[in-house]
Design a binder for this molecule. Structure first.
Ligand code: ZN
Length: 476
């Protein structure tokens, strides 16, 4: 795709004309000379499920200011079972961007089996299939898994394949936060192989969430990952991925440090294990190892917490304040506060750039509270990786932030500037487009989006949010 200088006509919620108009009659004309006009960006991995149902956040303004006009949510295995009810709530309350849902394997498994770490009985498996099938019928675009997190981590590959077959039969996709992006269990390459096997055996398109090489032990493995995926694509498996352009991931302290066996049975069981001295010793030793994988206590920054005095501090600082070993301080926090959000600095720019250049890697924020990616992902990719470092070209960046994402998730008539498509359009200044959110101030809105149009309505005008709630709840 190349840039062209054309006029774009919009009527109602659709694009009706793309070409060179000689004489023009329009109620409103936007002069986009010197600016870039692009399809509204589509974010395949967000944590907006609650935001969109919250009267104060349903505008999704942090995404609109990034040029994002459609978000997908329900990723990481955490999507709802009640698809229709969620979509209807959004329709009634109004939302700022379009939004689509994935049904969550973790939610379904928890509903049927609690926090059990065993394999499902035949009845339980049948019940899970039924719930997933119904969610697909209600409009989910696919199923997400979070095989790294409990309870998704308790599922064997065979269970996931059986459930993915239900999704495949209904034309949905498989979206996964893989079992291991590091060297915790089956390793990064083992997880890629598991994902490809699911795609092959369930005959389903597979999409890898936030692809990365997490931690020193797997740095440099992006090349091997790309090779495996390339081979699978040649074989005919539809494999794609998304990525955010930051060196820190966003997760929770428990997810980062505590081994999954310690969470089996739920929080009460975890606390009981902490009270049992031999188990506690074993747990601390494994946590120590996990902390090293992630780069040590100075690489974990607390970004959200019920106790605001912890925010903005690294685990190293908190441990020093408490005169405790870092893993012991972490356990104290977990006992006192339940869990806290962390930014975990664990990626390397070379792997990030390597993944970003692949034609099958799209942009996705994975936006979570306290991490700047929720406010900055799309403009940061443009500012830093297109304009400053020239890792990818502007047309490439736009395609993998819109058209390709729509194709992967089968979002009908979105992601392109073509007659008949929905009028989700953005107009931005290439000199000014930039993220402003940082780890210290993660909620600064991005700049440079002059106009953002959602379903034919102006949601951002002259760089300001108009108050429009023009988004639609999308159904498969
Ligand atoms: Zn994830």
């Amino acid at each position: 795709m190349r840039a062209r200088r054309v006029d774009v006509g919009v009527r109602g919620d659709r694009i009706v004309y793309v070409g060179n108009i000689k004489r023009m009659q329009a109620r409103r004309v936007i002069d986009a000379r010197g600016l870039i006009v692009a399809p509204g960006f589509i974010d395949p991995h967000t944590h907006t499920l609650e935001d969109l149902s919250d009267p104060n956040r349903k505008s999704n303004v942090n995404y609109l200011m990034q040029g994002v006009t459609t978000v997908i949510t329900g990723n990481d295995g955490g999507g709802p079972i009640e698809i229709e009810r969620t979509l209807r709530r959004w329709e009634e309350g109004g939302i700022g961007t379009n939004a689509a849902l994935l049904v969550g394997h973790g939610t379904v498994r928890r509903q049927v089996m609690g926090m059990s770490d065993s394999a499902p009985t035949e009845d339980q498996l049948a019940r899970m299939k039924e719930l997933i099938g119904r969610a697909m019928d209600e409009g989910a675009f696919g199923m997400s898994t979070g095989l790294y997190y409990a309870p998704g981590s308790y599922a064997r590959t065979e269970e996931v394949i059986e459930l993915a077959k239900v999704v495949a039969a209904k034309g949905g996709i498989y979206d996964t936060h893989m079992r291991d992006e590091d060297s915790y269990s089956i390793g990064l390459l083992g997880s890629i192989r598991e994902t490809l096997r699911i795609g092959r055996e369930a005959s389903i398109p597979v999409h890898i969430s936030h692809i990365k090489a997490l931690g020193r032990e797997v740095w440099g493995q992006s090349g091997a990952v790309i090779k495996l995926i390339h081979r699978a694509r040649v074989e005919g498996i539809e494999v794609t991925a998304d990525q955010y352009p930051y060196t820190a991931s966003g997760t929770s302290l428990i997810a980062a440090l505590v081994p999954r066996w310690a969470e089996a049975g739920g929080r009460d069981q975890l606390l009981a294990r902490l009270a049992d001295e031999p188990t506690r010793v074993r747990l601390l030793a494994e946590m120590e190892r996990n902390l090293q994988r992630r780069g040590g206590p100075a690489s974990l920054l607390i970004t959200s917490s019920r106790d605001p005095s912890l925010r903005g501090k690294t685990l190293a600082i908190i441990a020093a304040e408490r005169h405790a070993k870092p893993v012991e301080a972490a356990l104290e926090i977990i006992r006192e506060l339940g869990d806290v959000g962390v930014a975990s600095f664990n990626m390397n720019e070379r792997d990030i750039e390597n993944f970003m250049k692949q034609s099958w890697v799209v942009t996705g924020s994975d936006g979570s509270t306290g991490h700047p990616r929720k406010y900055g992902t799309f403009p940061r990719k443009l500012r830093e990786y297109v304009f400053r470092r020239r890792v990818i070209s502007l047309p490439f960046a736009i395609r993998v932030s819109s058209a390709l994402t729509a194709e992967i998730f089968r979002l009908p008539q979105r992601g392109r500037i073509a007659p008949g498509y929905f009028a989700d359009l953005i107009v931005f200044d290439p000199q000014k487009v930039a993220d402003r959110a940082t780890y210290e101030q993660p909620e600064l809105l991005a700049v440079g989006m002059r106009y953002v149009i959602v379903n034919g309505q102006l949601a951002v005008e002259d760089g300001r949010y108009t108050g429009a709630l023009a988004g639609r709840a999308l159904r498969r």
